[in-house]
Design a protein around this ligand. Structure first.
Ligand code: FA5
Length: 338
């Protein structure tokens, strides 16, 4: 019986070169050592060997078997080592690479303007209160001396929800009512947030914008007090050279009422495109709280008076930071915020 050990070993080594993974290895191992493998076949052939050569033949096959096992085992070790290395490489982290740069957020100009305004008023003794962005008509209109038939209501009557039981508030003045129904006078509060209107959109008008409301209730409150508060506020915001103009105007919830202009920051009051050549820019509405409003919340107008104002936050931010179109505030362009 032919047992060409060298040829078998050579054959094994040639085949090993093309083994790439564990699957290939298993196939190769069974080809040599498996039940139908070459070594098993040689063992089975022992029956055909002459009696006196059986022992020698058996020893040769066993030796071949153990040499094949040695080659396969050491190859298996190599294979495992390679696998381990490639796994290690997958998780390898280059600790010398420079870290990713952290980018920091910026405070939006609207938030900054509100924060700065709150700082000015809290230093004057005002407290910051929260309002309702979704408001009931009574707080937004009726209690503010603006009943359903009132023409002033038409101008803002919009964005109703919930079968007209609620609406997106059209101004922050509802906070006045919410505050007066919760607190007893004297009162000094400010509040800010979004308001919604059906206004035509242009450089200084948006359907959603921010207001900042102020309410001050005490004994013997006058227009002089109102003027002083607004002067302090606008001068702290824009500097001492700024002039403040109170123009008589009408709001149902104040008497007397004013629209308040500041001298144009852009041209110093000479007239330019920003102020539409008037020299003035309207920034807020204000007045002394109407006696009917005080009565609606159960305050005696003979004992208590009040002043209130509603600032357009975007208008203040535009003037302070030189923004020519208020749409910039809502475009969400990070370059603008930065
Ligand atoms: C009011 O909303 C009153 N509630 C203000 C008030 C409060 C008066 C307390 C009296 C007492 P008015 O509609 O004028 O008023 O708005 C106030 C300010 O909001 C305006 O001066 C302006 O700066 C700003 N504003 C008004 N409409 C818009 C708009 N569509 N887009 C951006 N800003 C606006």
């Amino acid at each position: 019986m032919d047992l060409n050990k060298d040829q078998i070993m050579m054959n094994l080594k040639n085949k090993i070169d093309s083994v790439k993974n564990l699957e290939d290895f298993k196939v190769l191992k069974s080809e040599f050592l498996g039940k139908k493998g070459q070594v098993t076949q040689l063992m089975k052939n022992i029956s055909k060997i002459d009696k006196e050569k059986k022992k020698e033949y058996g020893q040769k096959v066993n030796q071949l078997k153990s040499e094949i096992e040695d080659v396969l085992n050491s190859f298996m070790e190599e294979l495992n080592e390679k696998k381990k290395k490639s796994e290690e490489l997958k998780d390898w982290v280059d600790v010398t690479v420079r870290g990713a740069k952290n980018s920091y957020g910026k405070e939006h100009l609207i938030n900054k303007t509100i924060r700065e305004s709150f700082e000015i008023f809290t230093n004057l003794g005002f407290t910051v209160v929260e309002g309702n962005e979704i408001e009931e008509p009574w707080f937004n209109f009726d209690a503010l001396n603006t009943p359903e038939w009132h023409p002033a209501r038409d101008m803002q009557d919009t964005f109703y929800l919930n079968l007209e039981k609620t609406l997106l508030r059209t101004h922050t003045s509802g906070v006045q009512i919410r505050t007066m129904t919760k607190m007893n006078p004297p009162i000094a509060v400010v509040s800010s947030g979004r308001v919604y209107r059906k206004d035509e959109i242009d450089a200084t008008h948006s359907a959603m914008f921010y207001q900042l409301e102020g309410l001050f209730i005490d004994k013997k409150v006058t227009v002089g007090n109102l003027r002083k508060f607004l002067e302090i506020y606008t001068k702290k915001m824009f500097g001492d050279s700024l002039k403040v103009l109170l123009r008589p105007s009408y709001f149902p919830f104040v008497e007397p009422g004013f629209e308040v202009d500041v001298s144009c920051i852009n041209c110093g009051g000479k007239g330019c495109s920003v102020c539409k050549n008037t020299g003035w820019i309207e920034v807020l509405g204000a007045g002394l709280v109407h006696p009917n409003v005080l009565k609606n919340v159960g305050f005696d107008p003979d004992e208590w008076q009040g002043l209130a104002f509603g600032v357009g936050v975007e208008r203040i931010a535009m003037l302070k930071y030189g923004v020519s179109n208020m749409r910039e505030f809502f475009k969400n362009d990070i370059r603008f915020v930065e």
